[in-house]
Design a protein around this ligand. Structure first.
Ligand code: FAD
Length: 421
């Protein structure tokens, strides 16, 4: 643990948290009692700890890597797609000098400053391995000791593990294949033909980066046509629309969704991206298919500099096999095929995750009746922007903790988190 923790080696009696009684545990020298433990020092974990600080509550923030680790790994040209003034965390604004669209390195600097500004107790290099309930406390087992706290906030991120589909023949592929999470810049792709798989914001921006940096040919593989909006129109951020639309009824949004796209960027059908089909907004909520807030893909499509191709079905030596039967031979494939939250080991046996998606069934201030005091933050992907929603959820969690209350969740009929919107 960190130097600030008095954590001598646990005695044998203290070695197995699940077998200890509460009384014996509290006398165990290796167990540190905390008011609140926050797991993860990304934007969500820091926001929760910062909001708690506002109520005079000190949280211990455990981080397996470094402050803002996910942001340190992102690609070089990344800027927030959400606007600065709608993206700050509780109690500390993003400085104006960062401009409207905050650069990756400035996000990291902001998160470090956020920790200093709130004097947060962040312990890096501490990976939480398991959570178990013991009396009125949660036992937090880490790679470096054990903590106990009545409240735990899980903020380990939406994008913990890279997901690569199990494509047939992928091992035979002779080109260069990476996940978009490992993409840094276009240096190695200059003069090369590159296929970008997937239509998330990262995939769209990587296409732009490749074209602008001199890739020979850029193709984008599309399974489900994305919704495409502009990052800003005449200075008005696309996110501002999301803030308004988020509260409209879902059936209405299903009808409005294609209209919004058509108004923002026109009909891109001629360039291979048809308007979102009926029910696309519901699908976005259900499957986390976020709209592209475009930073340059649309003009490149219209200029023929990015070509849309069908979904990838498999690989065969030099060839990538597409769903429409075509075989293409890119020099490299960048798979923007998503991430997994990877919460299963942490909350094993607690029945708090949606079966296939692994999303927590409760979120924010709300807790599940079977897991009092256990909060999740940062696992929804609303159109109003995650930083903004993280800040809102962090304040709600802090209020609930400060009041000593429990806000028990009512989940949607399909088990989806109520706040997924
Ligand atoms: C490329 C990209 C661009 C984005 N752009 C925007 C944007 O413009 N606007 C916006 O609002 N949102 C954006 N997002 C979405 C979201 O805001 C970010 O992903 C944000 O970093 C989420 O914060 P988080 O704290 O939930 O997760 P993370 O930033 O991933 O932080 C989670 C932290 O938990 C740590 N951790 C994980 N497991 C453990 C464990 N077991 N023990 C201890 N620590 C652990 C990790 O090391 C990490 O530091 C973007 C996301 C991506 C991928």
């Amino acid at each position: 643990m960190s130097p600030s923790v008095n954590a001598p080696a646990a005695t044998a009696a203290c070695a197995s948290p699940i077998e200890r009684t509460l009384a014996s545990r509290l006398s165990c020298p290796g167990v540190e009692q905390a008011e609140v433990v926050v797991i993860g020092a990304g934007p969500a974990g820091l926001a929760a700890a910062g909001a708690l600080r506002h109520h005079g509550i000190t949280a211990v923030v455990l981080e397996r890597d470094s402050i803002g680790a996910s942001w340190r790994r992102h690609y070089d040209r990344l800027h927030l797609h959400t606007v600065r003034w709608l993206s700050h965390l509780p109690g500390y604004k993003l400085p104006r000098r960062y401009g409207n669209w905050v650069a990756r390195d400035d996000v990291v600097e902001y998160l470090e400053d956020y920790v200093r500004a709130h004097n947060l107790d962040v312990r890096t290099g501490v990976e939480v391995e398991r959570l178990e309930r013991d009396g009125s406390d949660w036992i937090v087992s880490t790679n470096n000791g054990t903590l106990a706290a009545p409240r735990v906030v899980i903020a380990t991120g939406y994008n913990k593990h890279q997901h690569l589909p199990e494509w047939p023949g992928v091992d035979s592929y002779s080109g260069h294949l990476i996940h978009s999470g490992d993409y840094k810049n276009a240096d190695r792709y200059v003069g090369k033909a590159v296929l970008v798989v997937g239509t998330g914001n990262s995939g769209a921006e990587i296409c732009v980066d490749l074209v602008e940096s001199g890739a020979k040919h850029v193709q984008m593989s599309v399974r489900t046509p994305p919704t495409v909006l502009l990052r800003d129109t005449n200075g008005v951020p696309g996110q501002a629309l999301g803030v308004v639309f988020r509260h409209l009824p879902v059936p209405l949004m299903d009808r409005l969704w294609p209209v919004i796209q058509k108004t923002a960027v026109g009909d891109l059908s001629d360039y291979g991206l048809p308007l979102p089909p009926p029910g696309a907004y519901s699908k976005y909520l259900r499957d986390d298919v976020t709209p592209i807030l475009d930073v340059g893909l649309v003009p490149l499509l219209k200029q023929g500099k990015v070509e849309i191709v069908a979904a990838v079905e498999g690989f065969d030596g030099d060839d990538v096999l597409l769903a429409d039967g075509a075989r293409i031979q890119p020099d490299a494939v960048i798979a923007g095929t998503g991430f997994r939250r990877g919460l299963e080991p942490l909350v094993a046996g607690l029945s708090l995750l949606e079966p296939e998606k692994g999303r927590p069934i409760v979120h924010g201030a709300e807790t599940h009746p079977s897991a009092p005091g256990l909060h999740f933050i940062g696992y929804t992907n609303p159109i109003s922007g995650m930083f903004r929603e993280i800040a809102i959820d962090a304040r709600r969690i802090a209020r609930t903790v400060a009041n000593g209350t429990e806000s028990v969740a009512a989940t949607a009929p399909d088990g989806a988190p109520k706040q997924a919107r």
